[in-house]
Design a protein around this ligand. Structure first.
Ligand SMILES: Nc1ncnc2c1ncn2[C@@H]1O[C@H](COP(=O)(O)OP(=O)(O)OP(=O)(O)O)[C@@H](O)[C@H]1O
Ligand SMILES: [Mg+2]
Length: 172
């Protein structure tokens, strides 16, 4: 598998090549989103981030769960694609990786903050919205895992919250 592509509007042989170059550059330049945390999350361009999970299996799960949630109207970052990258790129430039990591999940970048970093009214509003979003998953064929304000982003531009980090979610 070279990649799994999501957006039908994308021409896999043109735009994906550009995004792949941007992704490679962000890894080489260690352009991580939050340098202080341990996650392998890279800024690919203004609208996309890349996540390399703890294993390929977990990256694949996040791809499937993210798409499933999006298709069922849950606010989550739009998954762009799951891309295979060169092992040498990972070995030479990534801080942490496992023996089989060679997939990277590209997704919509949500501009904003984690809900647990908000304060006052903004926190209260975002917290309520998060609970609403989580309640919407009750009827789905999936069990949430590791959910909470630390895995929810608030985008002040559209006033919406977005659930993130689906590595531990389990199919019912
Ligand atoms: N789509 C996104 N847009 C913007 N920022 C994001 C996005 N996805 C993740 N982040 C940022 O990267 C951080 C880590 O992401 P995530 O929780 O998915 O990774 P993780 O490896 O499971 O990390 P952790 O163990 O800290 O939960 C988030 O807290 C958030 O700040
Ligand atoms: Mg997380």
């Amino acid at each position: 598998m070279e990649f799994k592509l999501n957006h039908p509007s994308l021409n896999p042989y043109s735009e994906i090549a550009i995004v792949k170059k941007q992704l490679e550059r962000s890894i080489v330049e260690r352009n991580r989103l939050d340098y202080s945390n341990k996650s392998n999350i890279y800024c690919v361009n203004n609208s996309l981030v890349a996540k390399m999970g703890r294993s390929n299996e977990l990256n694949e799960r996040e791809f499937d769960v993210g798409n499933y949630l999006y298709e069922n109207g849950i606010h989550v970052p739009r998954i762009h694609s799951l891309i295979k990258i060169n092992r040498s790129l990972i070995r030479n430039h990534m801080l942490s990786y496992s023996f089989d990591n060679n997939l990277v999940l590209l997704m919509q970048r949500i501009p904003g903050k984690r809900v647990d970093n908000l304060e006052g009214n903004e926190f209260t509003k975002a917290h309520q919205l998060m609970k609403k979003e989580l309640a919407k998953t009750d009827i789905l064929m999936i069990y949430p895992s590791d959910v909470g304000t630390h895995n929810t982003l608030y985008n002040p531009n559209d006033g919406k919250v977005y659930l993130i980090d689906f590595e531990g979610w389990e199919w019912k």
